[in-house]
Design a protein around this ligand. Structure first.
Ligand SMILES: C[S@@+](CC[C@H](N)C(=O)[O-])C[C@H]1O[C@@H](n2cnc3c(N)ncnc32)[C@H](O)[C@@H]1O
Length: 257
């Protein structure tokens, strides 16, 4: 399972554990306000978000390839008397259980370490793992990123943001941002962060205007599909009638009303 990216994080996590550097990163801080009762953190790293969610009473499953990080998470959880189901596993071919079982699914900074076929497949599984009415918190490096040092040459992917948004068409998007972060010299990382709620079963969502935040180079931002971010949405055409509006359907999306 070890490849260049997992070795990169093994070394980084060893240094962080040594320094007891467990601060939430900006994406994890953003995610914390959306944590519900049952959370999956796929690619949890040191598990700082998982631990913060468990402190708030969530039942958390945390998975990552790095055995050192998982062992350290278990140690910290035990020290606080928190039950976190943490396991070390290669997630490149991860599959959700048959039934969506989490009201919060987070995957921060993971998908780019898979091949594109794997990244798209795991993204679909994350969607399936999010129960109706639940929230998906996704953060991923996307096309345009120039920094490649942590990537395995044989196994990485910079997804097109439209591909990502297409998978959650019809969801209520709470937060959507494309941001560039400097990565030394002239290199930078371009992240897509999206926090979106799956329509409740048989129900409709009334959507607030999406906040689309941009980083420092707006001229280089991709324009994202608007269909995922506007209108009330629902799980079926039948339930749309309860929205007192005629259902409409974008190709490949759930009906929206
Ligand atoms: C950028 S870190 C993000 C960690 C954490 N979510 C955070 O926000 O701090 C990427 C994580 O992906 C994990 N990872 C990379 N390739 C993986 C694989 N094939 N299977 C499982 N985890 C993997 C690394 O171990 C690392 O913890």
């Amino acid at each position: 399972m070890a490849n260049r990216s997992t070795q990169f994080f093994d070394a980084q996590f060893a240094r962080q554990i040594e320094r007891a550097d467990y601060a939430l990163n900006p994406f994890e801080r953003r995610a914390l306000g959306f944590v519900g009762k049952r959370m999956l953190d796929l690619g949890c790293g040191l598990g700082n978000l998982a631990l913060a969610a468990a402190r708030r009473g969530a039942q958390v499953t945390a998975l990552d390839a790095c055995p050192l990080a998982i062992a350290d998470l278990k140690r910290r959880a035990a020290a606080e008397g928190l039950a976190i189901d943490a396991e070390a596993d290669d997630l490149a071919d991860w599959r959700a259980q048959a039934q969506a079982q989490y009201d919060t699914v987070a995957s921060i900074g993971l998908l780019m370490f898979f091949s594109c076929a794997q990244a798209q497949s795991v993204l679909r599984q994350l969607v399936l793992a999010t129960e109706p009415g639940g929230v998906l918190i996704l953060n991923v490096l996307i096309e345009g990123t120039t920094y490649r040092q942590m990537f395995d040459p044989q196994q990485h992917c910079l997804l097109d943001p439209h591909t990502v948004m297409g998978e959650i068409a019809g969801w209520n998007v709470h937060d959507l941002a494309v941001e560039d972060f400097p990565a030394g010299g002239s290199e930078f990382k371009r992240f897509l962060t999206v926090i979106a709620r799956r329509p409740p079963r048989g129900g409709c969502l009334s959507l607030p205007a999406t906040q689309f935040r941009q980083g420092s180079k707006p001229d280089r931002r991709p324009r994202l599909p608007s269909r995922a971010s506007r209108g009330a949405t629902c799980e079926s055409a039948r339930s749309c009638s309860a929205c007192s509006a005629a259902p409409t359907r974008a190709p490949g999306s759930r009906p929206s009303c």
